[in-house]
Write a protein that binds this ligand. Structure first.
Ligand code: 3MF
Ligand code: MG
Length: 350
């Protein structure tokens, strides 16, 4: 059975420091003490993880108010601590949505000063990634959308997004950008809701080779789409550069539940698609973006991470042990009812 110490079948896992959190929600305050970064860092290997996902300001606090030199100095210290743990930085993402200048979106804000700030901040993010030895920038376009359609010129907004992407690609000739689509929340409608939108935008950029995607399970489900098909689309284009595996119970707020906990069959299909495409061999990591339940006590508030990883590895075993001959027979006979039952029996442990 897969455990933290057991085989990972060639897969490597990552999570972000925000995935160990104080349990606040929109209706109540924090319920667990803050775990300081140094302690979180020590938990990575213990929980079976190899990679750290960062926002720029997870790595360097108050990045806007510091000089470029200071930012790089602090990033270098963080990088050293990470390497000291035998870990690597998988991604760095500019966190534009917590700053007052990003209220109306950063890249697509109507105020040109905000747009300029967003691009400058994204360049700082790239500088931080460079110091951390990471070439992958993730863009979750949180507030790049509208509550009210008439509030922005949507066609123009896509040009602004391209301006920002092109400025980032120009700032550093080696970095790659993975767009993380999400259809809504915090906005009523976001401009890049699916991987199709993300990759199309990348193709319109000045260097399409360096723009790809990160697919989060919950985000695909919120768009009413099947996460495994979203992943397959990106994989077919050679553009699935990371994933945020988690789960989501229907069309409601973004839940970030433990992977497979709400939709086991869909989780199996995501794992199947990754496995069949040789995702592990591409060098990309299996990122998780999961939240602990608010009810969870502090001492067990990392279980959601270990559990998601375990469910992923158990599903790898299930994918590998599914009888390919039986599968082929049902497919050849076009007996998809038979195929479905075979899958269900397999998942139920027959
Ligand atoms: C929001 C998300 C984000 C991104 C993160 C990294 C806070 O729904 O999924 O998590 O994953 O910002 O890009
Ligand atoms: Mg995410």
């Amino acid at each position: 059975m897969a455990s933290a110490a057991g085989s990972t079948y060639g897969y490597r896992f990552s999570f972000g420091p925000w995935n160990i959190h104080e349990g606040a929600d929109p209706f109540g305050p924090t319920v667990r003490p803050t775990v300081e970064w140094g302690k979180k860092l020590k938990l990575y290997k213990k929980l079976g993880f190899d990679g750290v996902q960062f926002h720029d300001d997870d790595a360097v606090r108050e990045v806007d108010s510091k000089s470029g030199k200071q930012v790089e100095k602090e990033a270098a210290e963080v990088g050293k601590a990470i390497r000291g743990e035998g870990l690597e930085v998988e991604i760095v993402a500019p966190r534009l949505w917590e700053d007052a200048r990003g209220i109306d979106g950063g890249y697509t804000a109507n105020d040109p000063k905000s747009r300029k700030w967003a691009i400058e901040r994204s360049k700082r993010c790239i500088d931080i990634a460079n110091v951390l030895g990471c070439d992958l920038i993730v863009l979750w376009l949180a507030r790049e959308g509208t509550y009210v359609r008439e509030a922005k010129d949507a066609a123009r907004a896509h040009e602004y997004l391209l301006d920002a992407i092109n400025a980032m690609l120009k700032h550093d000739r080696k970095i790659r950008i993975a767009i993380e689509p999400k259809p809504n929340e915090p906005m009523d409608h976001a401009y890049v809701p699916t991987i199709g939108h993300a990759l199309a935008l990348g193709m319109m950029s000045n260097d399409p080779k360096r723009v790809g995607g990160l697919i989060e399970t919950a985000h695909a489900l919120l768009a009413g789409l099947d996460p495994s098909d979203e992943m397959a689309f990106a994989l077919a284009a050679g553009k699935l550069w990371s994933v945020h595996l988690n789960d989501q119970n229907g069309l409601k707020y973004d839940q970030d539940k433990a992977f497979g906990s709400a939709n086991l069959r869909q989780a199996w299909n995501q794992v199947r698609v990754l496995e069949r495409a040789g995702y592990a061999k591409t060098g990309a990591m299996v990122g998780l973006d999961v939240k602990a339940m608010r009810t969870q006590k502090a001492e067990v508030a990392t279980r959601h991470l270990a559990n998601s990883r375990r469910i992923f590895l158990r599903l790898i075993e299930k994918v590998r042990s599914f009888d390919k001959k039986v599968e082929k027979q049902f497919v050849d006979a076009r007996d998809y009812e038979g195929l479905e039952l075979a899958v269900m029996e397999h998942l139920m442990g027959k």
